[in-house]
Design a protein around this ligand. Sequence first.
Ligand SMILES: Cc1cc2nc3c(=O)[nH]c(=O)nc-3n(C[C@H](O)[C@H](O)[C@H](O)COP(=O)(O)OP(=O)(O)OC[C@H]3O[C@@H](n4cnc5c(N)ncnc54)[C@H](O)[C@@H]3O)c2cc1C
Length: 430
Amino acid sequence: MSQSENPNVTQQPISLWDMSAPVTPKALPLEGNVTTDVAIIGGGFTGASTALHLAEMGVQCLILEAEKIGFGGSGRNCGMVNPGIWLPPQEVRSVLGEQAANRFLDVMGKAPDTVFSLIDRFKIDCEATRNGTIHAAHSPSGFKELTARAAEWQRRGRNVQLLDAQQTEAKIGTSNFYGGLLDPKAGTVNPMGYARGLATAAIKAGAIIHSETRALKLTPVDGKWLVETNRGTVTANKVIIGGNAYNDNLWPGLKQTFTSIHFYQVATKPLGRIADKILPEAQSVWDTGLVMQSIRKDQFGRLIIGSMGKLAGKNDRGSKYWAQKRIDKIFPFLGKVEFESTWHGKIAMTPDHLPRIHHLAPGLYTAVGYNGRGITTGTVCGQAMAQLLTGTPEEDIMLPITGLKKDHAAFVREPLYEACFKAWRYYKSI
Ligand SMILES: Cc1cc2nc3c(=O)[nH]c(=O)nc-3n(C[C@H](O)[C@H](O)[C@H](O)COP(=O)(O)OP(=O)(O)OC[C@H]3O[C@@H](n4cnc5c(N)ncnc54)[C@H](O)[C@@H]3O)c2cc1C
């Protein structure tokens, strides 16, 4: 059955990126019962990076993806390739301890290099630009926070630049911000293009990808893993779960380790020359607001703005209304714009805002909880799990390897946050 005929998979495009990214080589659903060395569940950045790095080391592996490559956060995000940390770097030390924090921050600090060198090496067609990203201060206290972040990154040898309000205005094209933190080594991609490119590179290196194949049950059998799916079975020596915010109930308790929040985006039609003043150097922007907002353009001159929460209103009218209001405030010279695309996706937030690599059982690992910073984090966690499975000791991995710890308040937080995002959007739209 081809994807267009299968009623159990999502037919419509999941985001603008789904339509504008180059098409990936066809991955066929699993048929029958197969064996492999490593089965990887989930075909986002984490799964594709694990597969690529394993396949490059000559390890036989296959990806089982319930829908299609990039279906989760990887094909829906803002495309900001930044060093992967929600938590200010100075606070990482108090959570992880000095030694583990240094190891983690070193890997994350170099993670944009890792991503862009994969893009270069595999010639991944994903609208990649590397002119930095800007963390913009939405308030004077936001600027104070950025000043502390800048000092810590500079102390760690990263060449980040603190911009004053005028410099920020010149870069973004609005006087709406109190300053900004420019990370010149960061950049922007079409995230679906990057996910498809990583998957393509993995296939070329020898990995197999089965789309439309949902893992339903994981059972240890004679020192191996039996993965039962809706299409057939896989017997594997080792398993990686890369489902992240899109995890279902495959592994008990995993979904309860993080709070799932939504982030939505609204894209205009290509705006032409009038938008030349906006982000003339093609950086992407997110702000310091508690309800964070994002701004970027794509290669075709569409303006894409977003914020936390689900899409709202019939035909997403509420979100488009919010987007027009926001444009009126920050880029009033655009006037009334036409919107082309709206979408949202889920983000896995951990209680301490740090990602996790969990050892779930012998030969079974997962990485989860990237707190909205998954392009870099998914790439390096995938690489780290490939190293774990090929003999690198746990103490040499970028993050401490832990067991599951349930976040008991997550089920309360999810609806509460969503209600707050809704109220905030309403307040900003009136
Ligand atoms: C709107 C939005 C904006 C964001 N902006 C940014 C940004 O600008 N920069 C950034 O770095 N990060 C951003 N993020 C976060 C980033 O997208 C995620 O952290 C990242 O995509 C996670 O990648 P992943 O591969 O771990 O998981 P995902 O990409 O979510 O992939 C998980 C996959 O697992 C599959 N799956 C789940 N269960 C099963 C099963 N049982 N069997 C088979 N398959 C299964 C799902 O179908 C899915 O395709 C954003 C996220 C969202 C939603």
